[in-house]
Design a protein around this ligand. Structure first.
Ligand code: 2NL
Length: 350
């Protein structure tokens, strides 16, 4: 009797042998770990081909089932071994590729992000440069102040509305966040004999509700000149020069009568609107002028409160809001843009 080779093999052997051939072919085509895993699922997984074959054992005569089980287990082990060895091969190839890679350690890195000066700091620096050129010292002081320095010494009486808790941040009945930088001028006058020429840039705090024009913290630059023979003309000259340093040589300056408890006489300081050069635009509300801050001759009561003799020395002072100057300079409409800390916004203000 002649049998063809295939007929010698049991049906199960034939199935497993065909499966192994297909598996080998697919394995040699598998490019990566993902493909290997797909193969494992397709052949050895819960509903894979081997599982289907294993289920068919039930159709065999009981005597043949143990042998068939062993045959299938052997086939599974063979497939798993091939998968494992293919996986090791892939890993080795990855490693070889990584080891063969050359890294140019001299290649320039991406440029570091350096950031820029905050626009508020730029204005403060420009003010400091201008006043230092004219012999003023820049002094800085504490942001927590006594009510005596913040109010009493500045001729602000106990019943003045600015002293209300609603308008200021109190830490204790006698201690608050300074509402202006003036208390540092007071400290300077108490510790220095005239002549005194200082500017005080820094933070000030008021209990304002936040909107496009108000913030509970803002920056001020105050200035003070006290000595024998100083008069309003010196103030006009210094502030005109300041506006020209900030906004350009064509700036004019206008002083409007006003009131502050710490100066007498007092004046608001306006300068030519940089938006329109004085012809009137939206920025200046059509007036051609924009208001920068206040100024005046130091009140005799203030001079007395620091131990100076108002019959011998006179002086002037001023106070400007830095945000106000920066908003005019950079044509901004919302004060909150300074404090939102959006680098892309702040960096475009040059
Ligand atoms: C404003 C007004 C001003 C002062 C601040 C001052 C300081 C001392 C004595 C007298 Cl120690 N005066 N400072 C004077 C006038 C006006 O600021 O509206 N600032 C934004």
């Amino acid at each position: 009797m002649f049998f063809r080779y295939n007929e010698l093999m049991s049906d199960l052997d034939q199935k497993l042998s065909a499966l192994a051939s297909r598996f080998d072919a697919a394995l040699s085509d598998a490019p990566d770990e993902k493909a290997l895993d797909d193969l494992r699922v397709a052949y050895l997984g819960r509903s894979g081909e081997i599982t289907l074959i294993r289920r068919s054992i039930g159709e065999l005569p009981a005597a043949e089932r143990p042998e068939a089980g062993k045959t299938i287990n052997a086939a599974v082990e063979a497939l798993e071994a091939k998968l494992q060895s293919a996986l090791s091969g892939l890993e080795r190839r990855h490693l070889d590729a990584a080891l063969g890679e050359t890294i140019d350690v001299t290649f320039p890195s991406a440029p570091a992000h350096l950031g820029t000066l905050h626009p508020i700091r730029r204005i403060m620096n420009e003010l400091a440069d201008y006043f230092e050129r004219h012999g003023f010292a820049v002094v800085l002081g504490p942001e927590i102040e006594t009510d005596a320095n913040n109010f009493d010494a500045l001729n602000i009486p106990p019943d003045h509305p600015a002293r209300e808790g609603l308008d200021s941040f109190y830490l204790r009945p006698d201690l608050l966040l300074r509402t202006h930088t003036s208390p540092m001028q007071v400290r300077t006058m108490r510790t220095h004999q005239p002549p005194v020429a200082v500017i005080v840039p820094g933070k000030a705090y008021r209990r304002d509700a936040i909107d496009a024009r108000h913030a509970y913290m803002f920056h001020q630059c105050e200035g003070l000149l006290v000595g024998e023979g100083f008069h309003f003309g010196h103030l006009k000259g210094m502030l005109t020069g300041m506006c020209r340093a900030l906004f350009g040589p064509a700036q004019a300056v206008r002083f409007r009568p006003s009131f502050f408890p710490f100066t007498e006489p007092s004046a608001e300081v306006d300068t030519t609107c940089p938006g329109c050069g004085g012809s009137g635009c939206k920025t200046c509300g059509g007036s051609g002028w924009i208001e920068l801050g206040g100024s005046g001759m130091v009140h005799p009561n203030v001079l007395r409160s620091v131990g100076y003799d108002p019959d011998i020395v006179t002086g002037w002072a001023f106070g400007f809001g830095i945000e106000r100057i920066a908003m005019v300079r950079y044509d901004m409409s919302d004060i909150r843009d300074f404090f939102d800390n959006t680098p892309t916004f702040l960096e475009q203000l040059g």
